[in-house]
Design a protein around this ligand. Sequence first.
Ligand code: GLU
Length: 468
Amino acid sequence: MTVITRFPPSPTGFMHIGTARTGLFNWLYARRHGGKMLFRIEDTDRSRHSEEAVQAIINGLNWMGIDWDGDVVSQFARSDRHAEVAHELVKAGKAYYCYCTPEELEQMREDAKKEGRPTFYDRRWRDNPPSAPPEGVSPVVRIKAPMSGERVVHDKVQGDVRVAAEQLDDFIILRADGTPTYMLAVVVDDHDMGVTHVIRGDDHLNNTFRQNVIYEAMGWDIPSYAHLPLILGPDGAKLSKRHGATSVEEYRDMGYLPEAMRNYLLRLGWSHGDDEIIETEQAIKWFDLEHINQGAARFDFDKLNFVNAHYMKLADNDRLADLTIDIYKLRGINVSEIGRARLMARMDELKSRAKTLVQLADDAEFLVRDIPYEFEEKAAAQLNEDGKFIVRVIHDNLTGLSAFTADELESLCKSTADYHRDGKLGKVMMPLRAAVTGKASSPSLVHAMEVLGLEEVSKRIEYALSKL
Ligand code: GLU
């Protein structure tokens, strides 16, 4: 059997990281088994539908590096097929037309409440219609749900989950206006697309009992199910805005790499022993449904930072330079060829220090900026009279160096510290750093100075001395 999974998001305008994790699991499972992952947009809610919202999902998948097989399927475009199945079920006696008015349904609920019965639809049009169909009323189609016994979902994550048939009503599959309900559309699409494995959030577990009623009525094979526990915030409450970022786009903008997000989201709900770092290639070899965690996972930003820092170190320097320059563009900083070359020259150090691309961009901004730049408050404080004196001494000695290299610069700083500051190197480096970078902390200063070059360093020092 070829494994066919599916990723059927509702286009909400952004991709929630829970949705991204679901997509990732479906993708890994399909790849693991040499199968296919199909992609369907559940776009039947036309009031909220927009092309931008669909594009946001596609962008999210592209960024995550998750691809799909075949064309993007629109659920809305398949409405006629859904209706056809509803009518087929009526013909086969598995579903029926119900002509109840909203007032009747309301009355039914009131009566049931008074008598302490479940407030479900009382199935009055199911077997013995109360009257001939009323004129001018468009009926809905309801499915005949089983009325006794136990319903079981065999779930790969949750185990066997049971519910008494009395808990299921004859739910609507086709509305009076002829449009399908979500319950019908999902089943018909999954069946027609040949889906063998449904891997989705456990907020859909209750729907599964209903969806199986439709599968059985049509005599279709029921797919295997794996319902994933929710993602919680660090405090154990459902992950929401109040915990910080919830969408894939936000994580991208915070400077996380897609391969780190894949690794992190994989581990958030699935495990392979104690392994934390699992590259995608490896994940494709290992991923299974058996090791999906049963309990909800808590989002842990420290762990995400740890995983991202790992992938930053592995990432190609050119790619990191491009991504960092993209961040500068958003900041309105235009990076010249020289700026890029400086970034590249220091990239090994930069990427080993930074947990995220944004941190890398912050750390390296002084390399790509031109004067005049702002001085951080703490940096400005370094450039008091004592600080300026030291910076002047260094400046006066720069042209006398045998070579403008980190080693030579370091010796100069050391001898200056010995001569003027009792050997306290920090008392030289701090004001010098402030003058050259505008900041109180930075990557290795002497290496940065080497990359900036004599002319630029002199210019910066002169600027700092004149400005402060
Ligand atoms: N469209 C649903 C959602 O975004 C997915 C439904 C399903 O997986 O069956 O939650």
